[in-house]
Design a protein around this ligand. Structure first.
Ligand code: PRP
Ligand code: URA
Length: 216
């Protein structure tokens, strides 16, 4: 497979010293579930800062203590956050720290252990999802199957503006999402080397859901 995603304008590898620093601690096998949750939240916040750079603004009148001026505010029904269960839950609070009024939907997908294909088990999106920019969050983008299916489910609800934020990605996963969804922008903190025979990212960080919730 030829990977051309680095030249794709919809692909953003968020290259920031704080992201790199936090990601190294997140990856470490010695990091506890509590630390893992805190770091996933912080990295999600930093990815959100990048992913919201082109949100539309409108003029607003602001009264300062001294005079009235024209300021800017994000226009309309701005944003919805959709974590892919389970591990995506660990990124929601980071997005909410920057966009407290964002509504939160949930998509439940798990990877079948044998086929590595995503299996859908839950979908509940905000009632006005189609009026919002939807930020899909999931720490891991491995084969890209889960993210691509989640985006397809969201599009079926009429949503036009979708962004995907992942912490660790594999080249295969990034390429798959960009190919399946040429209208979606993808933000990642890292692109790792490859997938192993079980479709886990190498070097990666292991199973993000298990590490976040301490289930293994
Ligand atoms: C993980 C991860 C992604 C998916 C990535 O979830 O959080 O959703 O795998 O793999 P893919 O790109 O190959 O589809 P998992 O299926 O382990 O479920 P969990 O979050 O409930 O543990
Ligand atoms: N899901 C994970 O949690 N980690 C991987 O490396 C791949 C899929």
């Amino acid at each position: 497979m030829k990977f051309t995603f680095r030249e794709n304008p919809n692909f953003h590898d968020v290259d920031h010293p704080l992201v790199e620093h936090k990601l190294s601690i997140l990856r470490s096998v010695d990091t506890t579930p509590k630390q893992f949750a805190e770091l996933a939240e912080e990295i999600a916040l930093l990815l959100t800062y990048e992913a919201t750079k082109n949100l539309p603004l409108e003029d607003v009148q602001v009264e300062t203590p001294l005079e009235t001026m024209t300021g800017k505010m994000v226009s309309g029904k701005a944003v919805g956050i959709v974590p892919i269960l389970r591990a995506g839950l660990g990124m929601v609070s980071g997005v909410q720290k920057l966009i407290p009024n964002a509504k939160v939907g949930h998509i439940g997908l798990y990877r079948d252990h044998d086929t590595h294909e995503p299996v859908e088990y839950y979908c509940k999106l905000p009632a006005d999802a189609e009026k919002r920019t939807i930020i899909v969050v999931d720490p891991m983008l491995a084969t890209g199957g889960s993210a691509s299916d989640a985006i397809t489910m969201i599009k079926k609800r009429g949503v036009k503006k979708i962004k995907l934020c992942c912490i660790v990605s594999a080249p295969e996963g990034v390429q798959r999402v960009l190919d399946d969804h040429p209208d979606v922008e993808v933000y990642v903190a890292a692109v790792d080397r490859c997938l192993n025979e079980n479709c886990y990212i190498l070097p990666g960080l292991g199973d993000a859901g298990d590490r976040l919730f301490g289930t293994k």
